[in-house]
Design a protein around this ligand. Structure first.
Ligand code: FE
Length: 212
């Protein structure tokens, strides 16, 4: 079995969110797909270890926010590299309530979904549900998982306004490359600033190591 075949599948990058009483929770998922158009239905696959998983099982409702290439990558760090068990991911992320569910604002589009069926898939649960509402927020290109890896991870911080353009150019050999040991983000430069914070997972400079 050549598992590289899995890398040929296309995925997006989504924030899947739910409401735990008065508290919004959420995580990053790359598997969300439309199943039917009438009624409009969508399925997502969520890891059972995610706190959001337990809230979806309990409340039978979730929302999907589709991230775009212009979405601040720090959102991926906030939602993808922390747990809602011990972090309030929404204090630093702009969101609004739709149908009693939190949806992010810096996105392409959102859906609110009411779960109709769920399938135990071992490490994950596949939640299938009917779309109760949806809206487009921006015409920016939806972020793909491939874009996240090829562009966001490989380049200078989001704070550098040229980070997308830089990704299309060959690496300059005089620069050093430092990799975040938590999320794999790569910083290029002569040296890593001591106060550097990973734009993806928010880890400090001490979490980085020099690539040789
Ligand atoms: Fe990181």
């Amino acid at each position: 079995m050549n598992k590289s075949a899995f890398h040929k599948l296309s995925y997006g990058v989504y924030a899947v969110t739910a409401q735990d009483g008065t508290r919004p929770v959420g995580c990053i998922a790359n598997s969300a797909m439309q199943i039917t158009s009438n009624p409009p239905s969508i399925a997502v696959s969520i890891n059972k270890d995610n706190f959001t998983h337990s809230v979806i099982q309990k409340t039978k409702n979730f929302a999907i926010s589709i991230l775009s290439e212009q979405t601040d990558p720090a959102i991926i760090g906030t939602f993808g590299f922390q747990s809602s068990r011990d972090a309030d991911k929404f204090t630093t992320t702009a969101y609004e309530m739709q149908n009693g569910l939190p949806v992010l604002q810096d996105i392409c589009a959102w859906f609110t979904v009411e779960v109709t069926q769920q399938m135990d898939a071992g490490t994950h649960t596949v939640f299938l549900g009917t779309v109760t509402d949806c809206e487009v927020r921006s015409n920016a290109t939806p972020m793909t998982y491939a874009y996240y890896h090829a562009v966001l991870k490989g380049k200078s911080p989001k704070a550098a306004p040229t980070y997308v353009e830089e990704s299309e150019q060959p690496a300059v050999s005089s620069k050093n490359r430092y990799v975040c040991t938590i999320c794999g983000y790569i910083y290029e430069g002569e040296s890593l600033p001591t106060d550097f914070v990973c734009p993806i997972c928010k880890q400090p400079a001490s979490a980085f190591k020099l690539l040789t």
